[in-house]
Design a protein around this ligand. Structure first.
Ligand SMILES: [Zn+2]
Length: 326
């Protein structure tokens, strides 16, 4: 498995109120894509892509994801941003799938979005875009950085089943080769670990476990409670009836050992079905269910994507001009 590209954001003096967040979910190398050459503007996005048709397709998909995923996670659509989020897309058939999104928190506000995405057209539309859009929904909703596992894990649950299945395979590999992360350590992580890929796989698996037992709105309430007082054991107890982070690890590990079975019907029933509009997008919904796809992308071949790594870097910055480490 290719080791991660290290792109941690600059650490700047903690002298300002602004908090920069850079979320990068990138393959090892970002090269070979066609240069962005055409633009398309939607209500909330300004897309640059190799062709106008692609820019339009990506912009329209971004708007649809922004609308349907916000409802899916929070129950209501996001208000229009005051300024559009620029998206730069590199698109090529065998380009590893990945993305990076940065934004700035300041006194409860979030702004200065930028997003860079790359991959095959299919993977951009069915995995990278919904993943990165979910980051923006979480930032808009919580108005503060989330724990790494909770953010990346949840964002991975909206990717295409092929990508989610890949995360599960990697999880099993990590758990059987001594690269698993103890939950008390994972829940306390403010920075990415040097060995970042297991955080991704475990975060995804735990987010999936929790979401299958109560749905996305409950997951959001759980994260909100945990963020409010940094008492994640209490948040787990309140929302999932598991009294401690350490016990959550045991419960989750037993579930993984059993092959990640579906929850009892009573618990599964608590998870609301996806919104109709969301179900109409091009991706399967049930985590790790066989790829039940509809729409134009259904017949396209699945592109091979490089191992994805992720760097979620944040730093206090002196001003918005220092928003990106690029
Ligand atoms: Zn991400």
């Amino acid at each position: 498995m290719a080791k991660g590209l290290s792109r941690a954001g600059r650490r700047l003096p903690a002298c300002g109120r602004l908090i920069l967040v850079v979320i990068a979910c990138l393959p090892g190398l970002a090269s070979g894509g066609m240069a962005a050459a055409a633009g398309h503007r939607t209500a909330n996005f300004l897309v640059e892509a190799p062709t106008e048709a692609l820019a339009r397709k990506i912009g329209d998909a971004a708007e649809q994801y922004r609308h349907t995923l916000a409802i899916e996670w929070t129950g209501s659509p996001l208000p229009r941003w005051s300024r559009p989020c620029p998206i730069t897309a590199q698109v090529a058939p065998h380009l590893g799938a990945g993305g990076a999104t940065s934004f700035v928190f300041d006194r409860g506000e979030v702004f200065n979005w930028t997003m860079t995405i790359q991959g095959s057209e299919e993977r951009i539309l069915d995995s990278v875009l919904p993943h990165e859009i979910t980051h923006t929904i979480f930032a808009s909703h919580f108005r503060r950085p989330l724990p790494r596992w909770a953010d990346e894990g949840a964002c991975t649950t909206v990717e295409h089943p092929v990508e989610r299945a890949r995360q599960h395979r990697m999880l099993i590999e990590f758990l059987t080769t001594g690269r698993g992360i103890a939950f008390p350590q994972m829940f306390a992580m403010k920075e990415y670990p040097a060995d970042v890929l297991p955080l991704y796989s475990q975060g995804y698996s735990l987010a999936r476990y929790l979401i299958e037992r109560g749905g996305r709105h409950k997951y959001m309430s759980f994260v909100a409670d945990g963020l409010a007082n940094e008492n994640w054991s209490r948040a787990l107890e309140t929302h999932y009836g598991v009294p401690t982070v350490a016990q959550m690890q045991q419960v989750w590990l037993d579930w993984v050992k059993q092959g990640c079975p579906a929850p009892p019907a009573s618990l599964a029933a608590a998870a609301p079905p996806p919104a109709a509009a969301w179900a109409a997008t091009t991706r399967g919904q049930s985590p790790d269910a066989p790829a039940a796809r509809s729409g134009p992308a259904a017949t396209a071949p699945v592109a091979t994507s490089a191992a994805r790594t992720s760097v979620y870097a944040q730093a206090r910055v002196a001003g918005p001009s220092a928003q990106s480490d690029r």
